[in-house]
Design a protein around this ligand. Structure first.
Ligand code: ADP
Ligand code: MG
Length: 401
Protein backbone atom coordinates (compact mmCIF):
# COMPACT_ATOMS: atom_id res chain seq x y z
CA UNK A 1 0.00 0.00 0.00
CA UNK A 2 1.27 3.42 -1.00
CA UNK A 3 1.64 5.89 1.90
CA UNK A 4 0.00 9.11 0.75
CA UNK A 5 0.18 12.62 2.23
CA UNK A 6 -3.41 12.65 3.37
CA UNK A 7 -2.45 9.80 5.71
CA UNK A 8 0.61 11.57 7.14
CA UNK A 9 0.54 12.57 10.79
CA UNK A 10 0.13 16.32 11.34
CA UNK A 11 2.58 18.27 9.18
CA UNK A 12 1.91 21.61 10.87
CA UNK A 13 5.18 23.39 11.58
CA UNK A 14 7.14 20.56 9.95
CA UNK A 15 9.67 21.15 7.18
CA UNK A 16 8.54 19.12 4.17
CA UNK A 17 10.85 18.51 1.23
CA UNK A 18 8.82 17.93 -1.94
CA UNK A 19 10.35 16.31 -5.04
CA UNK A 20 8.48 17.76 -8.00
CA UNK A 21 9.07 17.35 -11.71
CA UNK A 22 9.45 20.98 -12.76
CA UNK A 23 11.45 20.13 -15.86
CA UNK A 24 9.68 22.71 -18.02
CA UNK A 25 10.76 23.82 -21.48
CA UNK A 26 12.68 27.13 -21.31
CA UNK A 27 13.62 29.20 -24.34
CA UNK A 28 15.75 32.36 -23.96
CA UNK A 29 15.11 32.36 -20.22
CA UNK A 30 11.34 32.19 -20.69
CA UNK A 31 9.18 29.24 -19.69
CA UNK A 32 7.28 28.18 -22.81
CA UNK A 33 4.91 25.74 -21.11
CA UNK A 34 3.93 25.99 -17.43
CA UNK A 35 2.08 22.67 -17.45
CA UNK A 36 4.35 20.87 -15.00
CA UNK A 37 4.39 23.78 -12.57
CA UNK A 38 0.61 24.00 -12.63
CA UNK A 39 0.31 20.24 -12.14
CA UNK A 40 2.46 20.44 -8.99
CA UNK A 41 0.28 23.05 -7.30
CA UNK A 42 -2.30 20.67 -5.82
CA UNK A 43 0.17 18.96 -3.50
CA UNK A 44 1.97 22.20 -2.64
CA UNK A 45 -1.29 24.01 -1.84
CA UNK A 46 -2.35 21.08 0.34
CA UNK A 47 0.91 21.29 2.30
CA UNK A 48 0.54 25.07 2.69
CA UNK A 49 -2.99 24.54 4.01
CA UNK A 50 -1.57 22.02 6.51
CA UNK A 51 0.71 24.81 7.80
CA UNK A 52 3.82 22.93 6.74
CA UNK A 53 7.08 24.64 5.74
CA UNK A 54 7.39 23.63 2.10
CA UNK A 55 10.77 23.17 0.42
CA UNK A 56 10.51 22.32 -3.28
CA UNK A 57 13.22 20.54 -5.25
CA UNK A 58 13.46 19.45 -8.89
CA UNK A 59 15.78 18.89 -11.77
CA UNK A 60 15.74 20.93 -14.97
CA UNK A 61 17.28 19.62 -18.18
CA UNK A 62 20.56 17.74 -18.23
CA UNK A 63 23.22 20.22 -17.12
CA UNK A 64 26.77 19.03 -16.60
CA UNK A 65 27.64 20.75 -13.36
CA UNK A 66 26.46 24.27 -12.52
CA UNK A 67 25.07 26.00 -15.61
CA UNK A 68 23.00 29.19 -15.26
CA UNK A 69 21.00 28.25 -18.36
CA UNK A 70 19.40 25.50 -16.30
CA UNK A 71 18.68 27.54 -13.15
CA UNK A 72 15.32 26.90 -11.51
CA UNK A 73 15.01 30.56 -10.53
CA UNK A 74 12.52 31.44 -13.32
CA UNK A 75 10.47 28.43 -12.21
CA UNK A 76 10.41 29.76 -8.64
CA UNK A 77 9.18 33.12 -9.95
CA UNK A 78 6.35 31.47 -11.90
CA UNK A 79 5.51 29.22 -8.96
CA UNK A 80 5.24 32.30 -6.74
CA UNK A 81 2.86 33.98 -9.22
CA UNK A 82 0.67 30.89 -9.46
CA UNK A 83 0.59 30.39 -5.69
CA UNK A 84 0.13 34.10 -5.12
CA UNK A 85 2.68 34.06 -2.30
CA UNK A 86 6.46 34.47 -2.05
CA UNK A 87 8.71 31.54 -2.94
CA UNK A 88 12.17 32.00 -1.40
CA UNK A 89 14.90 30.77 -3.74
CA UNK A 90 18.18 29.22 -2.61
CA UNK A 91 20.97 29.37 -5.20
CA UNK A 92 22.40 26.09 -3.93
CA UNK A 93 20.98 22.67 -3.01
CA UNK A 94 22.72 21.42 0.12
CA UNK A 95 24.80 24.52 0.91
CA UNK A 96 24.50 27.30 3.46
CA UNK A 97 21.77 29.13 1.56
CA UNK A 98 19.44 26.14 1.27
CA UNK A 99 19.98 25.25 4.91
CA UNK A 100 19.43 28.88 5.95
CA UNK A 101 16.22 29.20 3.94
CA UNK A 102 14.89 25.93 5.37
CA UNK A 103 15.45 27.25 8.90
CA UNK A 104 13.73 30.62 8.56
CA UNK A 105 10.63 29.44 6.67
CA UNK A 106 7.40 30.22 8.46
CA UNK A 107 4.48 27.84 8.74
CA UNK A 108 2.74 27.80 5.35
CA UNK A 109 5.83 29.33 3.73
CA UNK A 110 7.39 28.04 0.51
CA UNK A 111 10.99 27.83 -0.70
CA UNK A 112 12.71 26.27 -3.70
CA UNK A 113 16.28 25.06 -3.95
CA UNK A 114 18.44 25.18 -7.10
CA UNK A 115 18.53 22.51 -9.83
CA UNK A 116 19.43 19.17 -8.23
CA UNK A 117 21.44 18.12 -11.26
CA UNK A 118 23.96 20.93 -10.65
CA UNK A 119 25.38 18.28 -8.34
CA UNK A 120 26.66 15.19 -10.12
CA UNK A 121 25.93 13.09 -7.04
CA UNK A 122 22.18 13.39 -7.75
CA UNK A 123 22.36 11.00 -10.71
CA UNK A 124 25.62 9.24 -9.85
CA UNK A 125 25.91 5.52 -10.61
CA UNK A 126 27.73 5.16 -7.29
CA UNK A 127 25.27 4.22 -4.52
CA UNK A 128 27.40 5.79 -1.79
CA UNK A 129 27.66 9.10 -3.64
CA UNK A 130 23.90 9.28 -4.09
CA UNK A 131 23.31 8.35 -0.47
CA UNK A 132 25.78 11.03 0.64
CA UNK A 133 23.95 13.71 -1.35
CA UNK A 134 20.55 12.49 -0.12
CA UNK A 135 21.79 12.60 3.49
CA UNK A 136 22.64 16.28 3.06
CA UNK A 137 19.30 17.00 1.39
CA UNK A 138 17.59 15.27 4.30
CA UNK A 139 19.08 17.85 6.66
CA UNK A 140 16.79 20.45 5.07
CA UNK A 141 13.59 18.78 6.26
CA UNK A 142 11.63 16.55 8.63
CA UNK A 143 9.52 14.81 5.99
CA UNK A 144 9.71 13.93 2.32
CA UNK A 145 6.92 14.02 -0.26
CA UNK A 146 7.46 12.37 -3.63
CA UNK A 147 5.40 14.06 -6.35
CA UNK A 148 7.48 13.79 -9.54
CA UNK A 149 6.07 10.67 -11.21
CA UNK A 150 8.22 11.30 -14.29
CA UNK A 151 11.32 10.37 -12.26
CA UNK A 152 10.13 7.59 -9.90
CA UNK A 153 11.72 4.95 -12.15
CA UNK A 154 15.12 6.57 -11.67
CA UNK A 155 17.67 5.62 -9.03
CA UNK A 156 18.46 9.19 -8.08
CA UNK A 157 19.32 10.74 -4.71
CA UNK A 158 16.29 13.05 -4.53
CA UNK A 159 13.96 10.27 -5.68
CA UNK A 160 14.98 6.96 -4.11
CA UNK A 161 17.68 7.41 -1.43
CA UNK A 162 15.99 10.39 0.22
CA UNK A 163 12.82 8.35 0.72
CA UNK A 164 14.74 5.93 2.90
CA UNK A 165 16.08 8.71 5.14
CA UNK A 166 12.94 10.70 6.07
CA UNK A 167 9.34 9.75 6.81
CA UNK A 168 8.08 9.69 3.21
CA UNK A 169 4.74 10.04 1.48
CA UNK A 170 3.41 10.11 -2.07
CA UNK A 171 1.93 13.41 -3.25
CA UNK A 172 -1.32 13.59 -5.18
CA UNK A 173 0.28 13.35 -8.64
CA UNK A 174 2.19 10.19 -7.79
CA UNK A 175 -0.85 8.76 -6.03
CA UNK A 176 -3.07 9.20 -9.09
CA UNK A 177 -0.46 7.79 -11.46
CA UNK A 178 0.03 4.73 -9.30
CA UNK A 179 -3.72 4.14 -9.09
CA UNK A 180 -4.08 4.20 -12.87
CA UNK A 181 -0.98 2.08 -13.43
CA UNK A 182 -2.36 -0.47 -10.96
CA UNK A 183 -5.63 -0.58 -12.84
CA UNK A 184 -3.70 -1.24 -16.05
CA UNK A 185 -1.58 -4.03 -14.57
CA UNK A 186 -3.79 -5.79 -12.02
CA UNK A 187 -6.77 -6.90 -14.03
CA UNK A 188 -7.07 -5.01 -17.29
CA UNK A 189 -10.33 -5.60 -19.09
CA UNK A 190 -9.63 -7.38 -22.38
CA UNK A 191 -8.75 -6.84 -25.14
CA UNK A 192 -5.79 -4.90 -23.71
CA UNK A 193 -3.95 -2.93 -26.37
CA UNK A 194 -0.69 -1.00 -26.21
CA UNK A 195 0.19 1.54 -28.90
CA UNK A 196 3.82 2.61 -29.13
CA UNK A 197 5.45 5.31 -31.22
CA UNK A 198 7.67 8.34 -30.86
CA UNK A 199 11.35 8.77 -31.38
CA UNK A 200 13.07 7.32 -28.30
CA UNK A 201 13.47 4.17 -30.32
CA UNK A 202 15.87 2.01 -28.31
CA UNK A 203 14.26 3.00 -24.96
CA UNK A 204 10.88 1.85 -26.15
CA UNK A 205 11.95 -1.21 -28.10
CA UNK A 206 13.36 -2.55 -24.85
CA UNK A 207 9.99 -2.56 -23.12
CA UNK A 208 8.22 -4.59 -25.79
CA UNK A 209 9.59 -7.93 -24.65
CA UNK A 210 8.23 -7.43 -21.11
CA UNK A 211 4.89 -6.11 -22.30
CA UNK A 212 4.10 -8.93 -24.72
CA UNK A 213 3.00 -11.51 -22.12
CA UNK A 214 0.56 -8.99 -20.61
CA UNK A 215 -1.30 -7.69 -23.64
CA UNK A 216 -3.56 -8.82 -26.50
CA UNK A 217 -2.70 -6.28 -29.18
CA UNK A 218 0.39 -4.20 -29.91
CA UNK A 219 0.38 -1.46 -32.54
CA UNK A 220 3.59 0.25 -33.55
CA UNK A 221 4.02 3.55 -35.37
CA UNK A 222 6.18 6.66 -35.06
CA UNK A 223 9.92 6.57 -35.56
CA UNK A 224 10.35 3.09 -34.07
CA UNK A 225 8.27 1.34 -36.69
CA UNK A 226 10.95 1.59 -39.38
CA UNK A 227 13.18 -0.79 -37.45
CA UNK A 228 10.25 -3.26 -37.55
CA UNK A 229 9.62 -2.71 -41.24
CA UNK A 230 13.31 -3.18 -41.98
CA UNK A 231 13.35 -6.36 -39.88
CA UNK A 232 10.52 -7.65 -42.07
CA UNK A 233 12.66 -7.08 -45.15
CA UNK A 234 11.41 -3.69 -46.34
CA UNK A 235 13.66 -0.91 -47.62
CA UNK A 236 12.89 2.06 -45.35
CA UNK A 237 15.02 4.59 -47.33
CA UNK A 238 16.25 7.36 -44.98
CA UNK A 239 13.69 6.83 -42.22
CA UNK A 240 14.76 6.61 -38.56
CA UNK A 241 16.42 3.23 -38.08
CA UNK A 242 18.24 1.47 -35.27
CA UNK A 243 20.31 -1.08 -37.12
CA UNK A 244 21.76 -2.61 -33.96
CA UNK A 245 18.23 -3.44 -32.77
CA UNK A 246 17.21 -5.41 -35.86
CA UNK A 247 17.92 -8.82 -34.34
CA UNK A 248 16.04 -7.93 -31.15
CA UNK A 249 13.08 -6.74 -33.18
CA UNK A 250 13.01 -10.01 -35.12
CA UNK A 251 12.86 -11.70 -31.72
CA UNK A 252 9.89 -9.55 -30.62
CA UNK A 253 8.04 -10.36 -33.81
CA UNK A 254 8.57 -14.08 -33.17
CA UNK A 255 7.50 -13.90 -29.51
CA UNK A 256 4.40 -11.88 -30.38
CA UNK A 257 3.41 -14.70 -32.71
CA UNK A 258 4.19 -17.38 -30.16
CA UNK A 259 2.23 -15.59 -27.39
CA UNK A 260 -0.75 -14.96 -29.66
CA UNK A 261 -0.39 -11.18 -29.44
CA UNK A 262 -1.83 -9.42 -32.45
CA UNK A 263 1.03 -7.27 -33.79
CA UNK A 264 -0.39 -4.37 -35.78
CA UNK A 265 2.08 -2.65 -38.10
CA UNK A 266 1.34 -0.01 -40.73
CA UNK A 267 0.63 -1.08 -44.30
CA UNK A 268 1.30 2.42 -45.63
CA UNK A 269 3.32 5.44 -44.47
CA UNK A 270 3.73 9.10 -45.39
CA UNK A 271 7.14 9.62 -46.94
CA UNK A 272 8.67 13.10 -46.92
CA UNK A 273 11.45 14.65 -48.98
CA UNK A 274 12.99 16.34 -45.93
CA UNK A 275 12.37 16.60 -42.18
CA UNK A 276 10.48 19.90 -42.39
CA UNK A 277 6.99 21.37 -42.04
CA UNK A 278 6.68 22.54 -45.65
CA UNK A 279 8.40 19.64 -47.40
CA UNK A 280 6.86 17.59 -50.21
CA UNK A 281 5.43 14.20 -49.30
CA UNK A 282 3.82 11.12 -50.76
CA UNK A 283 1.88 8.18 -49.31
CA UNK A 284 3.57 4.84 -50.01
CA UNK A 285 2.86 1.20 -49.24
CA UNK A 286 5.41 -0.20 -46.78
CA UNK A 287 7.04 -2.25 -49.55
CA UNK A 288 7.53 0.89 -51.65
CA UNK A 289 9.01 3.40 -49.18
CA UNK A 290 12.16 3.72 -51.28
CA UNK A 291 10.17 3.91 -54.52
CA UNK A 292 8.63 7.37 -54.10
CA UNK A 293 9.91 10.26 -56.18
CA UNK A 294 12.36 10.99 -53.33
CA UNK A 295 14.03 7.61 -53.75
CA UNK A 296 16.49 6.57 -51.05
CA UNK A 297 16.39 10.01 -49.44
CA UNK A 298 12.69 9.74 -48.52
CA UNK A 299 11.86 9.76 -44.78
CA UNK A 300 8.76 8.16 -43.26
CA UNK A 301 7.20 10.79 -41.02
CA UNK A 302 3.72 9.40 -40.31
CA UNK A 303 1.65 6.25 -40.66
CA UNK A 304 -0.50 6.36 -43.81
CA UNK A 305 -4.31 6.75 -44.03
CA UNK A 306 -5.06 3.02 -44.40
CA UNK A 307 -2.91 2.24 -41.37
CA UNK A 308 -4.49 5.05 -39.36
CA UNK A 309 -7.92 3.54 -40.05
CA UNK A 310 -6.79 0.04 -39.09
CA UNK A 311 -5.01 1.23 -35.91
CA UNK A 312 -8.01 3.35 -34.91
CA UNK A 313 -10.47 0.51 -35.29
CA UNK A 314 -8.30 -1.80 -33.17
CA UNK A 315 -8.02 0.92 -30.52
CA UNK A 316 -11.68 1.81 -30.31
CA UNK A 317 -12.69 -1.86 -30.09
CA UNK A 318 -10.28 -2.54 -27.20
CA UNK A 319 -11.40 -2.28 -23.57
CA UNK A 320 -8.08 -1.11 -22.15
CA UNK A 321 -5.62 1.00 -24.12
CA UNK A 322 -2.27 2.44 -23.14
CA UNK A 323 -0.71 4.74 -25.71
CA UNK A 324 2.84 6.07 -25.55
CA UNK A 325 4.51 7.95 -28.39
CA UNK A 326 3.10 9.89 -31.37
CA UNK A 327 2.49 8.03 -34.65
CA UNK A 328 4.33 10.66 -36.64
CA UNK A 329 5.92 14.09 -36.52
CA UNK A 330 2.68 15.62 -35.24
CA UNK A 331 4.38 18.99 -34.74
CA UNK A 332 4.03 19.46 -38.53
CA UNK A 333 0.40 19.50 -39.69
CA UNK A 334 1.16 17.36 -42.78
CA UNK A 335 2.37 14.51 -40.56
CA UNK A 336 -0.13 14.71 -37.71
CA UNK A 337 -3.04 12.71 -39.18
CA UNK A 338 -1.93 9.35 -37.80
CA UNK A 339 -1.51 10.70 -34.27
CA UNK A 340 -4.85 12.48 -34.51
CA UNK A 341 -6.63 9.30 -35.64
CA UNK A 342 -5.24 7.36 -32.68
CA UNK A 343 -6.18 10.11 -30.22
CA UNK A 344 -9.70 10.23 -31.65
CA UNK A 345 -10.05 6.44 -31.38
CA UNK A 346 -8.83 6.57 -27.78
CA UNK A 347 -11.66 8.96 -26.91
CA UNK A 348 -14.07 6.29 -28.19
CA UNK A 349 -12.76 3.50 -25.94
CA UNK A 350 -15.51 2.39 -23.59
CA UNK A 351 -13.05 1.13 -20.94
CA UNK A 352 -9.78 2.57 -19.66
CA UNK A 353 -7.81 4.89 -22.00
CA UNK A 354 -4.42 6.18 -20.91
CA UNK A 355 -2.07 8.55 -22.74
CA UNK A 356 1.54 8.45 -21.50
CA UNK A 357 4.61 10.44 -22.49
CA UNK A 358 5.42 14.14 -22.57
CA UNK A 359 5.15 14.54 -26.31
CA UNK A 360 2.06 12.35 -26.61
CA UNK A 361 0.31 14.48 -23.98
CA UNK A 362 1.40 17.64 -25.79
CA UNK A 363 0.18 16.11 -29.06
CA UNK A 364 -3.37 15.39 -27.90
CA UNK A 365 -3.71 18.91 -26.50
CA UNK A 366 -2.17 20.54 -29.57
CA UNK A 367 -4.50 18.55 -31.83
CA UNK A 368 -7.50 19.97 -30.00
CA UNK A 369 -8.50 17.18 -27.63
CA UNK A 370 -9.54 17.86 -24.03
CA UNK A 371 -8.00 16.06 -21.05
CA UNK A 372 -11.40 14.77 -19.91
CA UNK A 373 -11.85 12.80 -23.17
CA UNK A 374 -9.30 10.29 -21.85
CA UNK A 375 -9.40 8.29 -18.62
CA UNK A 376 -5.94 9.60 -17.75
CA UNK A 377 -3.09 11.59 -19.26
CA UNK A 378 0.10 10.50 -17.57
CA UNK A 379 2.99 12.82 -16.76
CA UNK A 380 5.61 10.10 -16.82
CA UNK A 381 5.97 8.09 -20.00
CA UNK A 382 9.07 6.11 -19.02
CA UNK A 383 7.85 5.53 -15.48
CA UNK A 384 4.43 4.25 -16.54
CA UNK A 385 5.97 1.95 -19.16
CA UNK A 386 8.27 0.44 -16.54
CA UNK A 387 5.36 0.02 -14.14
CA UNK A 388 3.41 -1.76 -16.88
CA UNK A 389 6.35 -4.03 -17.56
CA UNK A 390 6.13 -5.14 -13.95
CA UNK A 391 9.43 -3.59 -12.88
CA UNK A 392 9.94 -2.28 -9.36
CA UNK A 393 10.33 1.49 -9.45
CA UNK A 394 13.05 2.68 -7.03
CA UNK A 395 11.19 5.88 -6.17
CA UNK A 396 8.04 3.98 -5.15
CA UNK A 397 9.64 1.17 -3.18
CA UNK A 398 10.26 3.23 -0.04
CA UNK A 399 6.76 4.74 -0.17
CA UNK A 400 5.06 1.38 0.22
CA UNK A 401 4.04 -0.08 3.53
P1 ADP B 1 6.83 10.71 -25.68
O1 ADP B 1 7.41 11.99 -25.14
O2 ADP B 1 5.35 10.80 -25.84
O3 ADP B 1 7.28 9.52 -24.90
P2 ADP B 1 8.92 10.48 -27.65
O4 ADP B 1 9.71 11.49 -26.89
O5 ADP B 1 9.43 9.11 -27.73
O6 ADP B 1 7.40 10.50 -27.16
O7 ADP B 1 8.80 10.94 -29.18
C1 ADP B 1 8.14 12.12 -29.56
C2 ADP B 1 8.72 12.64 -30.86
O8 ADP B 1 8.74 11.62 -31.84
C3 ADP B 1 7.92 13.77 -31.46
O9 ADP B 1 8.65 14.96 -31.35
C4 ADP B 1 7.71 13.34 -32.93
O10 ADP B 1 7.94 14.40 -33.83
C5 ADP B 1 8.76 12.26 -33.10
N1 ADP B 1 8.42 11.32 -34.17
C6 ADP B 1 7.28 10.64 -34.37
N2 ADP B 1 7.33 9.92 -35.49
C7 ADP B 1 8.55 10.11 -36.03
C8 ADP B 1 9.21 9.65 -37.21
N3 ADP B 1 8.60 8.82 -38.06
N4 ADP B 1 10.46 10.07 -37.45
C9 ADP B 1 11.07 10.91 -36.59
N5 ADP B 1 10.52 11.39 -35.46
C10 ADP B 1 9.26 11.00 -35.19
MG1 MG C 1 9.38 12.85 -25.35
Amino acid sequence: MLRTINHAPSLAGKRVLVRCDLNVPIRDGLITDQGRIAASLETIRYLIAQDAKVIIMSHLGRPEGVDEKYSLEPVAVTMSELLDQPVAFATDTIGAEALGVSKVLENGGVAMIENLRFSEAETSKDDAERLGFATKLAKLADNFVSDGFGVVHRKQASVSEIATLLPSYAGFLVQREVEVSQQLTDSPEKPFMVVLGGSKVSDKLGVIENLLPKIDRLAIGGGMVYTFLKAMGHDVASSLLETDQLENVKGYIASAKQLGVELILPTDVVVAQRFAADTEFEVAAVDSIAKTKFGESGIGLDIGPDSARAFASAVSSSKTVFWNGPMGVFEYANFSAGTKAIAQALTEVSGLSVVGGGDSAAAVRQLGFQDHQFSHISTGGGASLEYLEGKKLPGLEALND
